[in-house]
Design a protein around this ligand. Structure first.
Ligand code: GLC
Length: 735
């Protein structure tokens, strides 16, 4: 529809019709089945609201969407189509690694491909908008939603934000198989005080702008159709009512012109925050902040008409909000094609097809991070191997944001092992997944599986006996998939005690133990890393996770993942991140014996495993960092080159990481900041030179003057294979 016609449509709508475009209801008001992801309570919607609602959340499936859309259009006075929105976070039915795992690939292009498949499967199932990518920067492993992020670095998060928007939306939203992306959660939801979900966020404007805002801006610049408000406060004001954040920063500075949708119930929750006295005031504050859609409460539909009549809200503001929603529907082509790509036939052809599964398997293998390997992996076919652990026989490998997937599509490690190593291969759970008494409430009603003490003891002893006969033991351990995700903050970061006990017993009878570790967050791995000869972090790898794990364990795939987030030595270090400030009393090599330094007296400052770290089955030598010149002016470029050689016996992939440190500036600057990555695959003994182009824009930061600009002076440039790389070259930025 042309803009002219769209404007005409808006002018023909009544105030009530415009306001109800700003309402989003969950599917159960339109059908009996839907997936609910927020606190459900009586919403006080009226029949009229439902009949005029602008969008629906949680309905999917071509047949159902077509039925609902048909019925809705018939009744709607202007035949304005419904928007169907859903959380498609790491895949629709073919489930990819969780976003934190995708971050570990250090391969945004790969993530873009995964997003494109997710969009295609979702689109043929009738979905128009996904609430993804989540681009919140996270430094705190206690916060369960770290699993939805791509980690602690602004640059890496920005690359993945842009790649996911491109994968989901393609070039044009109305094109076949494209769906609209929603950048979330604006802003800084990943920095809750004490790592506790939904808690207050306390950040200086400097830190907010320097670290937390860049990835949102990258997603918006990539053309994301929507932004979602965060549950938390910024500067003491809830995001959904925060005019500075939503008008000055999002709309004016970032030039976002798309739809701003609240998170589930977030407008209404401003009353609970103690920021609004009642729902009427919440409606007013959210309107003043420019929130277009009220997700799953009746606050807007109940109050906005009255607020307009009272002159406290301008109808012009309602028009702007309703028009942005109509524009989104128009960008998607819904006025001409209200069913867009919903097709039962296409669902059968596209969903879970071989090509999609292969991509999922490839992405999973590339997401794994080899944290330790004392010549134990890859396993040799001749080895007598025992696979032991509660993750050996579960299909729940896809993480807590994969409820449109089906665990029946997922092979267990045991099934793949039997296929690859023969039916005689030893696969035993050895222990329950969770300690007794931990009852996880989540998207499914989870009740800790019931087993008697005798059964558990028997399970344990059987596993120990078999481990004693094996050449090596592969242990599949980890947190339960519902122990990370929304509302799963944890005060402790170890795997369940019952699994640690199993690990301890196995290590007593076999000295060759490799641990395959499932988690949605960095865990405290001390008690595992000390004893295990190998540790492979696999996150929650998705539909093809088991195949990918065996591919890597057997060496069919050489692991190449890198940590997108620091793994702490202990929870006491959290929040911990590589790009910290030095402080006035740095604790470093020169000051190890000094007492009055920024350090702990009971644990090290260093994480157990740092950002950017990950091993390979081969080895690499990185050397000869050379700069084409040692001085740089604005507008100029210089080249930084480095040699990398595969010094091992098998082909491998390394991620070269270029970090820069601004030694002196108008505000303190991080020890180092990631500025460029390059993945290179080398044959054995192959040696190549890799070049990075450096320009002044890479040296810009949020200065004491409140501007994004560079300042002349000395910079140190590091190129290596983790954030701990120490070889550097000096560079002067001259005016
Ligand atoms: C949830 C989440 C948000 C999600 C939304 C809709 O509470 O915070 O990320 O997209 O509700 O399910």
């Amino acid at each position: 529809m042309t803009e002219k016609k769209l404007k005409k449509l808006l002018q023909s709508m009544s105030l009530t019709e415009k306001i109800n475009q700003m309402l989003q209801v969950s599917g159960e008001f339109l059908t009996e089945e839907t997936v609910l992801t927020g606190p459900m309570k009586q919403k006080g919607f009226t029949e009229e609201n439902i009949g005029l609602a602008g969008s629906v959340i949680g309905v999917h499936g071509a047949q159902k969407v077509r039925e609902i859309q048909s019925a809705y259009l018939t009744k709607h006075p202007h035949r304005i189509p419904l928007l169907f929105m859903m959380d498609v976070i790491n895949g629709y039915r073919t489930i990819f690694p969780i976003p934190l795992g995708q971050g570990a690939t250090f391969d945004p292009e790969l993530s873009c491909k995964c997003a494109a498949v997710a969009a295609k499967e979702a689109a043929v199932s009738g979905i128009h908008v996904t609430f993804a990518p989540m681009v919140d920067l996270v430094r705190d492993a206690r916060w369960g939603r770290v699993m939805e992020s791509t980690g602690e670095d602004p640059y890496l998060n920005s690359l993945f934000a842009e790649a996911n928007v491109k994968g989901l939306q393609g070039e044009t939203l109305s094109d076949e198989y494209q769906i609209a992306a929603c950048i979330k959660h604006f802003a800084a939801y990943g920095a809750p005080t004490a790592g506790r979900d939904y808690n207050t966020v306390e950040l200086s404007e400097h830190t907010l702008r320097q670290f937390y805002l860049p990835a949102y801006e990258a997603g918006i610049s990539a053309g994301a159709g929507l932004v979602m408000t965060a549950f938390n406060t910024i500067n003491g004001i809830p995001a959904s009512g925060n005019q500075w954040l939503m008008k000055n920063v999002l709309r004016d500075e970032m030039k976002f012109e798309g739809v701003l949708i609240s998170d589930w119930g977030a407008i209404e929750e401003m009353v609970a925050h103690g920021y609004c006295e009642n729902r009427e005031e919440a409606a007013l504050r959210a309107m003043n902040a420019g929130v277009d859609i009220d997700m799953m409460t009746g606050v807007y539909s109940e109050n906005l008409s009255e607020l307009v009549v009272e002159g406290r809200v301008n109808e012009e503001e309602i028009d702007q909000a309703a028009y942005r929603i109509l524009q989104l529907k128009n960008r998607l082509g819904l006025f001409e094609k209200p069913f867009k790509d919903a097709s039962v036939e296409k669902e059968k052809e596209i969903i879970l097809c071989e090509e999609n599964r292969l991509l999922a398997r490839n992405a999973a293998a590339k997401s794994f991070v080899l944290l330790k390997n004392e010549k134990l992996l890859p396993i040799r076919k001749t080895d007598k191997i025992a696979f032991i652990g509660p993750y050996v026989n579960t299909r729940d490998l896809s993480g807590s944001w994969s409820f449109t997937g089906d665990s029946a599509d997922v092979k267990t490690i045991e099934e793949v092992v039997k296929e690859r190593f023969g039916s005689s291969a030893v696969c035993l759970p050895g222990s329950r997944m969770l300690d007794k008494g931990i009852n996880l409430q989540g998207f499914q009603d989870f009740t800790n599986e019931s087993s008697t003490r005798e059964q558990e003891q028997d399970m344990l002893e059987k596993a120990v006996e078999e481990a004693g006969k094996a050449d090596l033991v592969i242990m599949a351990l980890g947190e339960h998939y519902l122990q990370s995700g929304e509302a799963t903050s944890r005060g402790e970061l170890e795997i369940p005690e019952v699994q640690l006990n199993l690990f301890k017993r196995i290590c007593e009878v076999n000295k060759n133990v490799a641990v395959v570790l499932f988690s949605g967050r960095p865990l405290d791995l001390r008690r595992i890393a000390i004893k295990a000869n190998a540790v492979l972090q696999v996150w929650f790898p998705g539909t093809e996770g088991a195949e990918a794990i065996i591919d890597v364990l057997t060496g069919a795939v050489n692991p190449s993942g890198k940590l997108p987030i620091s793994f702490p030595y202990s929870v006491g270090q959290v929040p911990i991140h590589y790009n910290e400030y030095l402080t006035g009393r740095p604790f470093d090599e020169e000051s190890l014996q000094e007492r009055f330094r920024s350090k702990y007296i009971d644990v090290p400052n260093e994480p157990l495993f740092p950002f950017g770290y990950g091993l390979s089955y081969t080895t690499f030598r990185i050397s000869n960092i050379t700069l084409s010149k040692s001085e740089l002016k604005a507008g100029e470029k210089l080249s930084a080159s480095v040699e990398i050689e595969n010094t091992g016996m098998i082909t491998g992939t390394e991620v070269l990481q270029l970090y820069i440190r601004d030694v002196v500036a108008s505000v303190v600057r991080p020890i180092k900041e990631l500025k460029c990555i390059r993945k290179v695959t080398l044959q054995p003994k192959q040696k190549i030179e890799v070049n990075f182009v450096i320009d002044e824009t890479m040296l810009r930061f949020y200065t004491a003057q409140g501007k994004w600009e560079s300042e002349p002076g000395l910079f140190k440039l590091y190129i290596g294979n983790s954030s701990k790389s120490s070889t550097c070259k000096e560079l002067m930025l001259v005016p």
